[in-house]
Design a binder for this molecule. Structure first.
Ligand SMILES: [Zn+2]
Length: 292
């Protein structure tokens, strides 16, 4: 058995994963603002305590860590939204946890897990998109994850779909994720309905489900959805032209909106020979993929 760890900006999760990709035991928590200020120490303490505890209960052979950004030889070169540049995470943890430890980009981990045990299982050519705050991506050909060296590569979220479009934190304009991430979709919906940040994803989903032509916001909601589907399908059709996958898996918070978005997306993409399905491993995918 192996230990999988998933590190995000606000939470951390650690789990025992068996050889079939099943989670046997999982522990997780949200960081307090004080812990976030001392992030490296918080990560080290949490992983050390729980990994050593789990090693007493289970026969553990390895630990894998999923986190944003990229690293080389166990040193983080870019931490995405985490301020961890230059942090030798593996060396630090190996002082306290007696296991081989590996680290990999979290979006890639989720895709690897979905490919092995989830929605992409059984297909030899596939694409995975994580639609959340941004857009993460991965591609598999002959069942192998395509890689690009130290950097994760296959950053489909930063493919430009609108020249001179909305500026992106990568430095360019018009990136796919500035139009088709779930954050953008939810923000556009809130704007159209004059709702503030406190309107949760669940509330927005309920509003869409209840929407009908007698609703005074009917058209505003419809416009946001059709524009979103248009943008999402533009990016997906670009990817189809490059990879010709047999299936496209979609993870992230898009999964919760499946019943109001997925059929419309399939129709707009218009390729009945290519399956489009949502991820099935949920938040566990990062930990499962980290140990594969
Ligand atoms: Zn970008």
């Amino acid at each position: 058995m192996k230990i999988g760890v998933d590190i995000g900006g606000s939470h951390i999760a650690i789990a025992v994963v068996d050889t079939k990709g099943k989670i046997i035991e999982k522990i997780e928590k949200r960081f307090t603002s004080r812990e976030r200020k001392n992030f490296k120490k918080s990560i080290e303490e949490y992983i050390t305590e729980h990994a050593n505890q789990l090693m007493q209960e289970y026969h553990i052979t390895e630990m894998g860590i999923a986190m944003p950004g990229w690293s080389e030889n166990g040193v983080i070169l870019f931490g995405g939204n985490l301020d961890l540049k230059g942090y030798p995470i593996i060396e630090r943890l190996q002082e306290k946890v007696n296991l081989p430890i590996k680290i990999r980009n979290d979006a890639k981990c989720a895709a690897i897990a979905e490919n092995a045990y989830g929605c992409l299982k059984g297909y030899d050519r596939s694409i995975f998109l994580t639609l959340g705050t941004g857009i993460g991506g991965a591609a598999f050909i002959d069942n192998q994850l395509l890689t690009a060296g130290i950097r994760p590569g296959y950053e489909f979220g930063h493919m430009v779909i609108q020249r001179n479009g909305i500026s992106c934190n990568c430095g360019r304009r018009g990136c796919f994720e500035r139009y088709a991430s779930m954050k953008v979709f939810k923000d556009n919906l809130r704007n159209a309905l004059n709702l503030d940040e406190t309107a949760s994803g669940e509330e927005l989903l309920e509003i869409i489900r209840r929407n009908n032509s007698e609703n005074r916001n009917y058209e505003a909601i419809e416009n946001v959805i059709s524009e979103y589907i248009e943008n999402l399908s533009t990016g997906i059709l670009n990817l189809i032209n490059i990879f010709e996958p047999k299936i496209i898996g979609i993870g992230g918070s898009f999964v919760y909106f499946e019943d109001v978005l997925l059929e419309r997306l399939k129709e707009k993409v218009g390729r009945e020979d290519i399956k489009i399905e949502t991820a099935i491993l949920g938040n566990d995918a990062g930990m499962i993929g980290a140990v594969l």
